[in-house]
Design a protein. Sequence first.
Length: 346
Amino acid sequence: MTYSLGTLASVYQYLKFDSGTGFFTAGNTLYQSVGGEVVATATIVSVIGRGEASGRVYLTDIVGTFQDNEVIYEASYGSELLSNTGFETAGAGGADVFANWGESASDGAIDDEGSLVHGGSHACKITQGASGNTEIYSAAITVTSGDFFLLSLWTRGDGTYSGRYDIYIDDPEGGNIDTGVTGTDYTQVNRVFQISGTTLLVYLKPADTEGAIAYFDDGSIKKITNAALANGTLQETESAVELIPDYSYKSPEIKIESKSRTRAGKLYSTKYGSYKHISFNVDYVSSATAALVNSWWETDTELLFFITSGGTTETHSVMLQGETPIGGFNAPSIEYYRGKINLETY
């Protein structure tokens, strides 16, 4: 059995983040999307930060390459924000082809497609006019500045020109996004984005070339409830150190509770939770290890404590407690130290 102690980054790489909108959760999958394409995924090991706005997220099982200042998020979403997402409901009058969508078709055509659909029985078909301004647009959606969103849309071209969708908000921010769809099969396009305004509009249109045709169906916009911006790429720091308990190894579970006694003499106890207190003595510790462990204690560093036995590792998120952990010489030696390690989970 071996025991080791180190910063989270000694075993797991981490991403710094800011602009967070929700708490990341250990055990969940973290995604990064660039231009609508998921470029990296990983499993969240732990999150250290002061609140949800900024901090570090520690990762394992990393696939792909995380990029600087791009959105990282968990697959956790709010309610649907678009109305009539499948273009199933007709508008009340001649001005709108679809309910909850406006239109601009001075020299092009916007039609209710009844055969080339992705789901349901309707889709939107747009034929571009000479001006290149034929489009439909969603009803305005009121949002909170700084939030992150996922737009998902099924689109197809006519085999010649590419379909495309545009995202605008009141800044505007987002701009035109060319889906590159030139085939005749529906393709799902996803776009994760952050807004800095308070009103969100979605514009759908084909390529600007006269005669270009694009089909749109099953659109969706949902707020991402756990998201942030990555600050830099994956990082890691110093290695973990092995600590060999000398004697008196203890690992009790300590209750967090309060007690009160009534005038009648009854004792009531309220338990709020518990934490683990780990303590053991160490002997003949090198000066380098002693200095590193003591520095973690001095700086209140969040750590991981590993207990490995038979190929299985038990892991605890801990902080060093008590007095200077390793502070005495192993007399008569002046090269090796001894001390007592006190750890508490958090």
